[in-house]
Design a binder for this molecule. Structure first.
Ligand code: NAD
Length: 356
């Protein structure tokens, strides 16, 4: 049995408020930030819960904009910006997963408005200085300190409604940040510790959530994982894994978290052959001999998708994806050859278990 967890720590630069029911502190937090005209952001699917939450914020909240969508399309940001200007919004409250937090960041980037994020998935975007946005079908990524929410409220009760499938894939999406952080060129001793502990937290939490979705302590443990893994993404540069997911998602409109889930074992195995010692924490946390194969077994046991084919990628897209993945050079711990990348994508397409 895990004990209840509760703390309030001011990190650099975000303040993290963690605990069951912590969303109840939002009015005080808005007041501390001097926000009197907050706009709550959500997806259409979460509008009802976001509306109910907004009602708890009293006079300091103007209402809900439920136009957040995956991959932060610029047209959705512009629609929100119109409301922000018209209603003289002075603060943003992101109530949702990576898509909603992405919208909040996109608005903050353009306005410098303060943000309070209440994540409802485990993807980890709330603690990063990164924004991916799309315009005319192309996704671009930018980094800025302005993107980091001023306050993040981790209230695990908000994830009780997250279906097991999405809990697992968003959790593995977060783990991908930590795994790549372990071998990142700009890693540091602290980021490596955070990454290892982030992996451990997720590896402990996700099977428990899959078995008992109402296990609030397990969902809290997953949020610890989100925080840690997201923190690594904000500190260390990413490599092959994120590149592949970016390329595949963009070319074939594949779902974000599921694509990360399918690719992670393969990218990990690819790099484990070059820097096995750096990935030992992943294998150890999994209780596996090989980190890539161990991640594949882990995802498989949780019923997560394991082939790009099942996500809708056409087989004749493998070569095109490999070409795109090597078109521009980028750093990776293992050298990247076009044929080796095509073989990796083919194995991921077919759902094969990697052997490293
Ligand atoms: P999401 O935010 O797209 O949510 C997926 C679906 O689940 C949505 O329909 C949403 O309404 C629903 N949902 C979310 N929480 C729920 C809950 N508690 N109960 C019921 N339904 C719920 O999914 P995601 O995986 O969190 O985010 C993916 C997006 O986040 C992508 O656009 C990705 O690029 C971005 N992302 C960004 C970063 C970063 O650092 N910039 C990091 C990770 C992910």
């Amino acid at each position: 049995m895990l004990d209840a967890v509760s703390f309030d720590v001011t990190g650099s630069p975000a303040r993290i408020v963690f605990g069951r029911g912590a969303r109840g502190q939002t009015p005080d937090i808005l007041r501390d930030l001097g926000i009197t005209r907050a706009l709550v952001l959500s997806t259409e699917a979460q509008k009802e819960t976001a509306d109910a939450f907004a009602c708890t914020l009293g006079k300091s909240c103007l209402g809900v904009f439920a136009g957040a969508v995956m991959h932060t399309p610029v047209h959705a940001t512009e629609a929100a910006l119109e409301i922000v200007r018209e209603q003289r919004v002075d603060g943003l409250v992101a109530f949702g997963g990576g898509s909603t937090i992405g919208l909040s960041k996109a608005i903050a980037y353009r306005t410098d408005l303060p943000q309070v994020a209440l994540p409802t998935t485990y993807a980890g975007s709330e603690v990063t200085n990164i924004l991916g946005q799309t315009a005319d079908g192309a996704k671009t990524t930018l980094k800025s300190p302005r993107l980091i929410p001023e306050v993040v409220i981790y209230d695990a009760e908000l994830t009780l409604s997250l279906p097991v499938g999405m809990s697992v894939t968003s959790g593995i999406n977060a783990m991908a940040h930590a795994v790549e952080g372990l071998y990142a060129r700009d890693r540091n001793p602290v980021s490596a510790m955070i990454a290892a502990e982030g992996c451990r937290a997720m590896i402990e939490a996700l099977p428990r959530i899959a078995q008992a979705p109402a296990d609030i302590a397990a969902r809290e443990r997953a949020f610890v994982g989100s925080w840690l893994c997201g923190t690594v993404l904000g500190q260390a540069g990413m490599a092959l894994h994120h590149k592949l997911c970016h390329v595949l998602g963009g070319l074939y409109d594949l779902p974000h978290a599921e694509t990360h889930t399918v690719i992670l074992p393969h990218a990990t195995a690819f790099n484990a052959r070059a820097v096995p010692q750096l990935l030992v924490p992943v294998a150890e946390a999994l209780g596996a001999q090989m980190p890539g194969a161990g991640l594949w077994d882990f995802a498989q046991a949780l019923g997560a998708p394991h082939s790009l084919r099942d996500l809708g990628m056409p087989e004749d897209g493998i070569d095109r994806a490999a070409d795109a993945a090597v078109a521009q050079p980028y750093w990776n711990p293992a050298p990247i050859g076009r044929d080796a990348i095509a073989a990796l994508i083919r194995a991921a397409w077919a759902g094969q278990r990697p052997d490293a």
